[in-house]
Design a protein around this ligand. Structure first.
Ligand SMILES: Cc1cc2nc3c(=O)[nH]c(=O)nc-3n(C[C@H](O)[C@H](O)[C@H](O)COP(=O)(O)OP(=O)(O)OC[C@H]3O[C@@H](n4cnc5c(N)ncnc54)[C@H](O)[C@@H]3O)c2cc1C
Length: 575
């Protein structure tokens, strides 16, 4: 791709601070976070619309925290409302036999986080995960990005690019008119999915088990509303001599997906599966002769574990599936992409606005590569020899049982650390710790580091607590997203001077909030020491992405100078 490039003119038709390639979940979310930080990106998407296929069906807690930050969490939840009660996994010969003896429930089904025993885990976030298929979530993101004035070109693909020290030069083509344009972008985000051309062109090294199987993702219509009502499920694994696969619910009424395994070792190919043959298979899977089945679309795909060793290539950043392909088991694919671009957006904005050195951008790989690798590897462990979902993953099942038992027995001392360690990541709480928020340039990427607790330790997501602010109940997370923020004890006079000093010298505004019965964030439940690990004169500095950059347990001797130095270190500014 890069070789063809030299023929093209070097004068740009358009300039952009950031070019985003790919209008899937990762690309659209990147656009929204960049807009939030005052950067108007150019996003190109080769298809003429967002995904028409349901694909990812769920967002975890952390992703919903991020959509809350964009004021989109309720819209996403609403868009996916029909799927919300779809929980639980069955294994049976058909849907008919799986549900035959199941009595309809007479209570509302909630997500696993609402299970008895997990209350303290749920209390770590103002959000819960949400069900929403990609064909419904992407339009919500697109509408918001358009309304917030992102420049978005559909039907437009990247056909060549070159990078140098100053910019990325990209050739894009309108697939309808054939018209080509040259874009000069300060930075490019490769959000071009699992088959990323950008990743291939860069010849990025990858690690991981690779392809685990070959499946057809069959999206079909069957009116099963009455049959399923009250007995909604997430996944039905089919136990049959001839058919290997699993069915998933899409809207609990008339839309479903069946993932059908085919054996390439036996020479089977997607083309062998005619509509008539697939309809027969689906009829057997559903097992209700009176139900009419109509195939909507078929998407061949391969559950794969493949992760790039380096997410940054000069001015190009790989994100989402372009950086880490994982199986859908555990539901982390789209979530990891959303969380990548959240980590990247504030850093790009700080560098583009001249507030940080470009060295800050190296922390993107150091922080996100271990998370992508961990999530991909875990998803691979949930797959069986055909690349299908394993019957029971004892490690996960056992972890949940143990956490619930300890929760139900109210072993309060043991619970928080154990629950976060065993089940936090599964439900989507950020259970990891970034290597160090104050990164030294020479520091190597470290493996995924689990944190026992979200207790304001540097490198972890700042604790969520409900507080009263200006007579309103809000979460501490509601104060984050744009600026660095300083949470302090109630004795915070010196911190006001320190933040003013930074504002004067570096033109960086740092909102400051004191927490306590007499703080501007009114909080009486526990002491600030218990929740944030600081005394009344202490302070916790939080990055725009909600991760703790630094913590002063008590006021240091030279607080003003100290905070100033910390900022220089975080933003890699050398005097
Ligand atoms: C069957 C299935 C079920 C899944 N279930 C889940 C789940 O439950 N939870 C979960 O978190 N994840 C799930 N996933 C994974 C999830 O779909 C992906 O992780 C997610 O779509 C990744 O988003 P992305 O934006 O990184 O990539 P994509 O959604 O693949 O988007 C990439 C975009 O880039 C565009 N593009 C590519 N090349 C170019 C180019 N040259 N120029 C312009 N545009 C280009 C593509 O058209 C595409 O729209 C599932 C995946 C599959 C296949």
């Amino acid at each position: 791709m890069e070789n063809e490039f030299s023929e093209y003119k070097m004068h740009p038709d358009k300039k952009a601070p950031v070019l985003i390639v790919g209008g899937g979940i990762s690309g659209l979310t990147a656009a929204l976070f960049l807009l939030k930080h005052g950067i108007t990106p150019l996003l190109i998407e080769r298809h003429k619309s967002t995904s028409i296929h349901p694909r990812a069906r769920g967002f975890d807690i952390r992703t919903m925290e991020l959509y809350r930050e964009l004021q989109l969490s309720e819209q996403i939840r609403e868009a996916g409302r029909a799927l919300a009660p779809a929980w639980g996994i069955h294994t049976n010969a058909s849907l008919a036999t799986a549900l035959k003896n199941k009595k309809p429930r007479n209570r509302e089904v909630k997500s696993p986080i609402a299970t008895k025993g997990l209350e303290e885990l749920a209390a770590q976030s103002p959000e819960v995960g949400a069900r929403c298929t990609q064909d419904l979530s992407e339009p919500v993101l697109l509408a918001a990005a358009k309304q917030r004035e992102a420049e978005i070109l559909f039907n437009t693909e990247l056909i060549a690019f070159e990078r140098n020290d100053k910019c990325v030069i990209a050739i894009i083509r309108n697939r309808e008119t054939g018209q080509e344009q040259t874009i000069h972008a300060d930075y490019m985000i490769a959000a071009d999915g699992a088959k990323s051309i950008i990743r291939e062109t860069l010849q990025a090294n990858t690690i991981g088990k690779g392809v685990l199987g070959s499946l057809l993702n069959i999206y079909f219509e069957a009116d099963l509303a009455d049959f399923v009502k009250g007995r909604e499920f997430s996944i039905l694994r089919i136990k049959d001599q001839e058919i290997k696969g699993f069915m998933t619910s899409i809207n609990n009424t008339d839309r479903w997906v069946f993932h059908l395994y085919y054996d390439i070792a036996k020479g089977e190919k997607p083309e062998d599966f005619t509509d008539a043959r697939i309809t027969k298979i689906l009829e057997k899977v559903v097992g209700l002769p009176e139900i009419k089945i109509r195939i909507i679309s078929i998407l061949p795909w391969q559950p794969t574990v493949k992760v790039v060793a380096e997410m940054q290539h000069g001015r190009i950043f790989l994100a989402g599936d372009a950086a880490h392909v994982m199986t859908p088991y555990g539901g982390k694919g789209a979530n990891t992409g959303v969380q990548d671009v959240h980590n990247l957006a504030w850093k790009l904005a700080a560098v583009i606005h001249g507030k940080a050195s470009p060295e800050l951008l190296h922390t993107y790989n150091k922080e996100r590569e271990p998370v992508g690798l961990h999530n991909a590897e875990q998803s691979g462990k949930m797959a069986d020899e055909y690349g299908l979902l394993k019957k029971i993953n004892w490690k996960i099942f056992g972890s949940f049982l143990l956490v619930m038992l300890v929760g139900v027995l109210k072993l309060k001392k043991l619970f928080p650390r154990l629950a976060m360690g065993k089940a936090g990541g599964l439900v989507g709480l950020p259970d990891y710790k970034y290597p160090t928020p104050i990164c030294d340039e020479k520091m190597k990427t470290t493996p995924y580091a689990k944190t026992g607790l979200l207790n304001a330790e540097p490198g972890t997501r700042v604790p969520h607590i409900w507080v009263e602010y200006n007579h309103e109940k809000i979460s501490t997370l509601d104060l984050l997203g744009k600026d660095f923020v300083l949470f302090t004890g109630t004795d915070n006079k010196v911190w006001k001077e320190a933040t003013d000093n930074i504002n004067n010298k570096m033109q960086i505004i740092i909102p400051i909030y004191s927490i306590g019965a007499k703080g501007n964030l009114v909080y009486n439940e526990k002491s600030i020491k218990e929740v944030f690990g600081i005394g009344e004169t202490g302070a916790v500095l939080v990055r725009p992405d909600g991760f703790v950059a630094w913590r002063y347990k008590q006021q240091p001797l030279n607080h003003s100078d100290s905070l100033f130095k910390i900022f220089h270190a975080i933003l890699f500014i050398r005097e």
